[in-house]
Design a protein around this ligand. Structure first.
Ligand SMILES: [Zn+2]
Length: 307
């Protein structure tokens, strides 16, 4: 490759890197902590003790997949979202739920760039079933924290839409205004209520369902942003008051549903493994909060294996 081409490519790669990094982080750090913490409260009594003993660790490590992406693996970025409407709204409703089928229809390269979060959830669900079967409490706790990140991301409206930052409608920056600034300003953990876990028949199909709901909600949030920005184009207090009046409830709903669906993934994995009896003790004295886990079973790219 010529030096000139390299010079042109370097800034482009950097931009792509920044764009992917931005897309990988969702809910801001607070929203992810809320989801993982609330999911523990949503578990049935038989499974709750192990999770309750490790609740702080599971909450603190909810952002590890983002840290992991930024520090260690560029492949991680697209495993946090899927743009369901890239090929139109009708295609979004009929998006192939099988990874190989999706690749056959749109091409592997495009599918991998377009986002793979539902299959990442299927992959981590499989890892969790295996950890339960092995009665490996430490792996259960680590995988559960990571799974929480992907489940929470799937409930963010802008993790399912091609217009993921309002960039297609002149509303750039909406991604962070909704999931970080508004959530940090207007939602406390105490505002959220746990909804009980249920058994899921097919985690990947469930993930697609959550993502289709996310895509629908993105339209409402886009409208709320437009209205609020018309009142306060500088995005100050007046903007957030108006924006929150129309979108705060959506964020609360998605955080609560995200926690319920995450607890349902944990619960279903435990049932699938034959309800193993695990000691209710604090099994995690390893990595400090904020540091990503380094279990090699957690780092396989989502798309190289089926769930
Ligand atoms: Zn993420």
């Amino acid at each position: 490759m010529s030096l000139q081409r390299r010079c042109l490519l370097a800034p482009l790669l950097l931009l792509l890197l920044i764009a992917s990094a931005f897309r990988a982080s969702a809910w801001g750090a607070n929203g992810h902590r809320y989801t993982n913490r609330l999911a523990v409260d949503a578990l049935p009594a038989a499974l709750r003790p192990l999770y309750a003993a490790n609740r702080d660790w599971i909450a603190e490590h909810s952002n590890d997949p983002d840290t992991f992406w930024k520090n260690q693996s560029r492949l991680e970025g697209p495993t946090h979202f899927i743009d369901l409407d890239t090929w139109g709204l009708e295609a979004a409703n009929n998006f192939p739920q099988d990874y190989q089928a999706a690749c056959k229809l749109y091409g592997k390269e495009k599918i991998d760039k377009n986002g793979t979060v539902p299959w990442r959830i299927g992959q981590f669900y499989g890892l969790l079933v295996h950890a339960f079967k092995q009665k490996d409490s430490r792996a259960v706790v680590e995988i559960s924290a990571w799974l929480g990140h992907y489940a929470a991301d799937s409930h963010v409206p802008f993790h399912a839409a091609a217009n993921y930052d309002g960039q297609l409608t002149g509303q750039k920056g909406l991604h962070a205004r909704f999931e970080s600034t508004m959530v940090n300003r207007q939602i406390k953990f105490e505002d959220l209520k746990a909804r009980p876990a249920v058994q899921l028949a097919d985690p990947v199909a469930s993930a697609f369902h959550w993502l289709r709901d996310s895509l629908k909600l993105s339209t409402t949030v886009l409208a709320a942003d437009k209205e609020a920005a018309a009142q306060d184009p500088a995005y100050g207090d007046a903007y957030y008051t108006a924006f929150g009046a129309k979108s705060r409830q959506i964020a609360v709903q998605r955080l609560e549903e995200g926690a319920q669906d995450l607890a349902s993934l944990w619960y279903s994995a435990w049932l699938a493994a034959g309800k193993p009896d695990l000691p209710a003790s604090d099994v995690h004295a390893g990595e400090a909060a904020g540091q990503p886990t380094h279990d090699p079973t957690l780092v396989a790219p989502a798309t190289t294996q089926k769930p």
